[in-house]
Design a binder for this molecule. Sequence first.
Ligand code: MV4
Length: 449
Amino acid sequence: MFKKILIANRGEIALRVICACKELGIKAVAVYSEPDRNSLHVRFADEALCIGPARAGESYLNIPAVISAAEIANVDAIHPGYGLLSENANFAHVCETSGLKFIGPPPEIIRMMGEKDKARQAMKRCGVPILPGSDGVMASEAEAAEWAKQVGFPVIVKASAGGGGRGMRVIRSAEELPRMFQAAHSEAASAFGNGDLYMEKFIERPRHIEFQVLADEHGNVISLGERDCSIQRRHQKLIEESPSPAVSPDLRKKMNAILEKTMKEIGYVNAGTVEFLMDEDGSLHFIEMNTRIQVEHPVTEFVTGVDLVKSQILIAAGAKLTDLVHSPIVPKGHSIECRINAEHPERFTPSAGKITVFNAPGGNGVRVDTAQYQDGVVPPYYDSLIAKLIVYGKDRPEAIARMKRALDMFIVEGIHTSIALHKRILQEPDFEAGNFDTKFMERFMPQKK
Ligand code: MV4
């Protein structure tokens, strides 16, 4: 077992990993940038090293600085959290060549899943349903026109190196294809240094549904069911829940089985998330795979009883999945997460500053993952997520009622937050009915541009 782990992250996820280390009897080492000196991840770690100035590129994303800290602290392993270096195949490779265990999949798997067209082809070969579209990347605009004819409009072109919505264009007719293809190509080339594009049939009002998987280094895989992440705006998720109101026990069982077989074939290791779009008739189509722990992992922890971060660490230390989780997993009850962001309620712009009042709710079935506290400061340099409010209930109505009362008891003053927005969403009849898709926020709160 590891004696000491370095956490290459900040904020609530750094604290979440520290919690797992403490419970496993492993020493935790924090790294921090200058403005994060008074952060709770620094306070609760056993050791902490400053790795650079505010700019993430010079601190949290600075690979030599992170590796040096790991060597100075003499750690056995590095947990990357989410974002930052978590899906950087080069970083995972440098860790391994420096004798540091990277807590995540092998670098080759991270690299393959990062090339979205390759991930799509790999899933297709394994029998995971994908959308009609191009076989890999398209060499030219002419090839795109041929595929579009075959697939039928509307289509969407996506950057192979993309994700999060950049380098994507919806194309509704042959006439607009040349312009849209070139726009997506240029955007991808400048954003990712790689202009490669692939094509899919466009789904107008999809639900975003993702499956959580865990795999050990001995070829054992378990799929832990799904999360519904359809409530989002501008590619930022706002609310996630598990199970999805749109997934039947039969569909869940079928998808879990397909994913367990597929992850074995691919040689996947550690925690991962397989993303799908659900179309109007309730079928799921693979879109991409994330090779990290995700922000919304707690909803899966609540309904499965599995500690995903502890599992990640134990798997990296060579544990067998059969010793960690009971199989098969059937979700029990219902869990919802609201992401509390430091942002202006209408403009959705970040709101940095000092938190003058901070009261986090508690009580039965309530979990708050945060690194914030009264008199704490939200720096303007990083992600605006300041807390995750996660509730558990015996069923969806109980979880919603619990979330409403917990939001009422969550007091943050001194900065703007998304708490009021969440209260409004939870009042919506379509949310209450589980009747929503990724266009819900556009309909509910049309945005002035
Ligand atoms: C799509 C789609 C419709 N059809 N692909 C957006 C981010 C990227 N990860 C995939 N995305 C989409 N891909 C096809 N074939 C619609 C979206 C999409 C979306 C997906 C999930 C959650 C929110 C979204 C918001 C806008 C568009």
